[in-house]
Design a protein around this ligand. Structure first.
Ligand code: FAD
Length: 303
């Protein structure tokens, strides 16, 4: 069995693996997609001491750093179940069961989707989730942002500097973003904010997005907006579905941890975007991975 089995290969998992391996204990990593969200990121300018890098570059560095140690790296493997018997068992999608004395869950999060017709079909053909990555592709064009929370309004402000016009569609009767962001967005001449708008369909010409349909929730009327790009900003979903019968999660699905990364299952720790940790960032996930690894090591030397 492993001493530490890390589930997840994003910044949190990579950091947890390195901290564990440096203790000279048997360490494994299972990752569905090594690199996690970082693999989808373009410019990274807030990874302290590295002025600027790109996601794929950072992912390559993470992998190299992990492989510098004696770590069993199992890529493209998905965990589907965790159970505590004498050891902690992690079952993979392919049916294999890995056993470990401790486990660190670092399965991260993913963008929430609208689940409307056309969204899937036009993903990457106008439907986007990352303004930092894809904003420049819509230079001089009309775009929409779905969601009036902090990420939606930030996206609108960001895009307004690049694209011709931004329409923000918020489902509720109020924006949920911080006041300063709302004021800033409202001050921009090329940003229109529509509230009580339920997006119902992504419209395309077979090749690319050409518009979207929404229903005015007050009047019930349907409207068409001409846009070339649609940025969906309606939240992050923790990748914790497979844990819901095993561990304590919040009602949003985040794994509840203490300040050492310990979850409600003894010997199981967690780190990064999948947890209750405030602020979802690379550097924060890496710190949390280190915390969880040291927490797991502490647990191992006491049991
Ligand atoms: P993730 O990066 O989500 O990694 C999760 C890992 O777990 C992946 O390897 C995944 O394949 C794996 N996994 C999931 N489920 C399973 C399973 N069941 N079994 C096995 N493996 C599983 N942060 C910044 O600090 N600066 C930025 O500039 C920045 N830009 C961003 C741009 C974009 C487009 C996105 C999406 C995010 C950005 N972030 C940025 C946020 C940052 O990427 C995340 O906070 C960080 O990646 C979280 O790390 P994590 O290790 O917790 O999770």
């Amino acid at each position: 069995p492993y001493d530490v089995l890390v589930v997840g290969g994003g910044p949190a998992g990579a950091s947890a693996a390195i901290y564990s391996a440096r203790k000279g204990i048997r360490t494994g990593v299972v990752a569905d997609r090594f690199g996690g969200q970082v693999a989808d990121t373009m410019a990274i300018e807030n990874f302290i001491s590295v002025k600027e890098t790109e996601g794929p570059k950072l992912v390559a560095n993470l992998e190299q750093h992990v492989l510098d140690y004696d770590v069993d790296l199992m890529k493209t493997q998905k965990a589907v179940r965790i159970e505590k018997n004498e050891l902690i068992e992690v079952e993979l999608e392919n049916g294999a069961v890995l056993k470990s004395k401790s486990v660190i869950l670092a399965t991260g999060a993913r963008w929430r989707e609208m689940n409307v017709p056309g969204e899937n079909e036009y993903k990457g053909k106008g439907v986007a989730y990352c303004p930092h990555c894809d904003g420049p592709l819509f230079k001089g064009k009309k775009t929409a942002v779905i969601g009036g929370g902090n990420s939606g309004i930030e996206a609108a402000i960001d895009l307004a500097g690049i694209v011709e016009h931004v329409t923000v569609l918020e489902f509720g009767d109020q924006l949920r973003a911080d006041d300063v962001l709302v004021k800033k967005a409202e001050s921009l001449s090329n940003v229109t904010i529509i509230k009580e708008a339920m997006t119902t369909e992504v419209i395309g010409d077979g090749q690319r997005v050409i518009g979207l349909k929404y229903t005015d929730r007050k009047s019930g009327e349907s409207h068409l907006v001409d846009v070339a790009g649609i940025f969906v900003q309606i939240g992050l979903v923790p990748n914790s579905e497979f844990l819901k019968d095993s561990l304590e999660l919040t009602d949003r699905g985040e794994i509840v941890i203490d300040n050492r990364g310990q979850t409600s299952m003894p010997g199981v720790f967690a780190a990064g975007d999948v947890t209750t940790q405030a602020y979802k960032q690379i550097i924060i996930s890496m710190g949390a991975g280190a915390t969880a690894a040291l927490g797991a090591f502490d647990h191992l030397i006491r049991s």
